[in-house]
Design a protein around this ligand. Structure first.
Ligand SMILES: [Zn+2]
Length: 403
């Protein structure tokens, strides 16, 4: 029977282009950026003076005081109290990550590069999907949302379900506005359509994925194809005078190009993830250490977007009742014979694994994929012993990949 699970999910819609109306949103985001920078400076100053970190309660009180009681910061009221609270909380999170050595100190940001503000329970309202306004019937796929007292239209390319928890207004590098609804949704999970198959997959530079059966899945290298064009735009932009309108236009053009490539890549990832989840019950990948891979392989790694793909395949598998296992990145998948377990040195340039003990000869990535599957099986066996079934069943929560 299909089961119903509570899922955290984000729906992202494009706002209609409207210079006048969207100007208010741009302004709010700019002010949000100023607030962020002000908090950053405040915390720095506080630390210099008292050698202590400013706690979040004190910070929020102080910011509220500045907003409501001073003339100088009265314009901060443009960002609603909840949005300001959200900025404080995000700043706090960044600080805590820093203390756990998971990230750097929160930094100053250029206001024009600041991207969003978030509203929680109030300051927004969803409108009916289709309504008649001034005798004009709007297209079917138009959604309406009221943000801080003004109505905005968005392209509702898919229906939205669930309880809206937060509303985030975002602008991308090309200046396009988006509205993101973060919802808790009771999602019906498909019953596992058991194919009885598990697969191991090796990420590679030459081929995106190699399966444990030796099938190669090529990666479309959007970025590489687009690189000459990107370079041309880039050099055209750099020839324009700094701070000029033409330069700003060129930068936007470049940003649009990058966004398009990223969209194509996501599309490819989703299609592939759906395809694989149809074929396999359990999918095993390596947990990748992106920083180390970048050092080893350079730009191309981020171009291929392995980490994004893993997030997407986890989400798709969750929806379809399939399982994704990530094995430890330090398992020696390339240097071990998948037939007899013999270990031998492999150079990066060696494309074939030729076992010196049992004589097995396999494509390098194929051999690695077989080892990954094997390690995945071991992992699943050990987990099913350690984790009680009841806990596993209740611990299922999905989260859609960030958009
Ligand atoms: Zn061997």
């Amino acid at each position: 029977m299909p089961s119903v699970v509570e899922t955290h999910r984000t729906y992202k819609y494009r706002l209609y282009h409207n210079v006048k109306a969207n100007a208010h949103l741009h302004d709010t985001i700019n002010v949000a950026g100023i607030v962020w920078n002000h908090i950053t400076a405040l915390r720095k100053r506080y630390y210099r003076r008292y050698r202590k970190h400013l706690g979040s309660n004190q910070l929020q009180k102080h910011v509220a005081y500045l907003r409501m009681k001073t003339q100088r910061f009265a314009y901060w009221r443009k960002v609603g109290s909840q949005a300001v609270q959200d900025i404080c909380q995000r700043h706090d999170k960044a600080y805590k990550r820093f203390f756990k050595k998971e990230g750097g100190l929160p930094r100053f940001k250029k206001v024009k590069n600041y991207t969003s503000f978030t509203l929680k329970q109030s300051d927004w309202e969803l409108g009916e999907d289709t309504h008649q306004r001034g005798g004009v019937k709007h297209p079917k796929h138009t959604g309406y949302v009221q943000i801080q007292g003004r109505w905005y239209k968005f392209v509702k390319h898919r229906p939205m379900n669930g309880d809206v928890k937060t509303v985030t207004v975002k602008r991308d590098a090309a200046g396009q506005m988006w509205v993101c609804f973060s919802v808790m949704e009771n999602m019906t999970r498909e019953d596992e359509i058991s194919t009885g198959k598990s697969g191991g997959f090796d990420f590679g530079l030459k081929t995106f994925l190699t399966t444990d059966e030796g099938q190669h899945i090529e990666s479309p290298q959007f970025f590489k194809q687009d690189l000459p064009r990107l370079r041309a735009i880039q050099s055209a932009v750099s020839q324009k005078a700094a701070g000029s309108t033409n330069r700003a236009k060129g930068k936007k053009h470049l940003a649009r190009r990058h966004i398009r490539i990223a969209d194509q890549r996501r599309d490819f990832h989703f299609k592939l993830a759906n395809e694989l989840c149809k074929q396999y019950d359990t999918l095993v990948f390596e947990d990748l250490n992106m920083a180390a891979m970048k050092r080893l392989w350079g730009r191309k790694v981020s171009d291929l977007g392995f980490a994004e793909f893993v997030k997407i395949v986890k989400w798709v598998a969750f929806k379809q009742g399939k399982r994704v296992s990530l094995i430890d990145r330090w398992e020696r998948t390339t240097q071990q014979c998948s037939g007899c377990g013999h270990r031998q040195k492999m150079e990066l340039k060696d494309r074939t694994f030729g076992c010196q003990r049992c004589g097995l000869a396999l494509d390098r990535d194929h051999n690695a994929a077989r080892n990954i599957l094997e390690a995945g099986h071991r992992l699943i066996l050990s987990q099913s012993v350690e984790v009680p079934a009841s806990r596993r069943a209740s611990g299922v929560h999905g989260r859609s990949p960030r958009l």
